[in-house]
Ligand binder design. Sequence first.
Ligand SMILES: C[S@@+](CC[C@H](N)C(=O)[O-])C[C@H]1O[C@@H](n2cnc3c(N)ncnc32)[C@H](O)[C@@H]1O
Length: 419
Amino acid sequence: MERYELEEALQEEIRAKVFSPSFMKLVQSCRRGGGQFRISLRPVSIGGVVKYQAEMVNDGQVQVKNFDREKIAGGLEEIIAQKGARDLHLMTKEGDLHIRVTKKSHVLVSRSKAMNREFEVKPHDRVKNLPLNSFDSAAYLRVVGFADGEGKIRASMRGKYDQVNEFLKVVGELEPKKPDSGVFTIVDCGCGKAYLTLGLYFYLTRVWGIDNVKIYGVDRRQDVIEAARKMAKALDVENEVVFIQSDLADFTPAETLGGEKGSAPKVEMVVSLHACDTATDEAIAKGVEWRSRYILSAPCCQHELQKRLGEMSGKSVGAAASFGGLLRQSILRERLCDILTDSFRAMILRILGFKTQVMEFVSSEATARNIMLKAEYGVKPGQTGPVGEYLALRDFWEVEPWLEARLGAKLAKYLERYT
Ligand SMILES: C[S@@+](CC[C@H](N)C(=O)[O-])C[C@H]1O[C@@H](n2cnc3c(N)ncnc32)[C@H](O)[C@@H]1O
């Protein structure tokens, strides 16, 4: 037996653990061909059958493959027979096994204390359930630049691709339906390069079967609007997905004109994905004015309250007195501004009759700006509870949120009634 080889009993223990129902993961790291090599195995369920997913990282190059039990047995033998220094970590529901083979070929074995971990083999084909995988999206993915010529998602676009997928998931959770009459009108505020705008169109038409969708993508930048128009034309949807160069404040879709007071909303849904600063507030205000049923907004940078809280820093009265230590640190002040701004937005929407949820719509790896305000019209506006909460928070911080000023009398009538 070579010195780096594992004892037969240890080899058997690894095999038994990997093929047991409580197997969670095995990771082995070593040096191979002068570079760092890492292999991990985990069970995945594909179409209800348990397979083994192997991820190999060879000097930064990642390769992922799924194997059935027979094939992975050969791979496991290679892992066990690996020569030289290495680290092996094997996890099962009952505990961990660590094996370290040193440069001098000493084999060091340690085991965690007995555990009783919760673990469930996740269905790997859930990836197929991503909104952008649930219809033939090849042309869309290529035209917006998410996919390369071979249809693979470009690494540089992965973050935005994930954001759009997760945004569409939230849309799907609303179970959108064909309106009884008229057109399902949507406005994407600050649409930029139209990733979401076009994705939303195909998702609603292809997956939800809503054939009379009209989407306006609005952005103040002429260059992105021209690029978006070209993409819509390339995808043959330029009549259904219309791009308008305008400041949001100046935009009114034709469908909202001439609607009777109290009639069905003319813009069914307003969306915004990282519209800058107060453009998010403008999108929300437009959604309110257009009597939209849904407002889905993932905010971006927020500068509006920064100045005011910056001024408070160092003062010894009111909120500044209690929060001095926090306000002095610019990064904490910035985060507090984000939280306060989104709280005010959510509270204002609630006052105006929207059931509102603030959620993380996508992982923080896809974007640090991963908060979404998800609002659906349908609760009694102007209730004293939400109005009282809003006023208490606003007055504590002695600020006037931009959205309150923007909504003017529409909101003021509820706030005045309370005071
Ligand atoms: C960070 S980009 C996001 C673009 C796109 N929604 C996305 O997620 O890829 C923000 C976009 O909002 C646009 N924008 C910001 N303020 C705006 C305003 N007041 N009116 C119209 N567009 C605005 C910018 O021009 C920019 O294209």
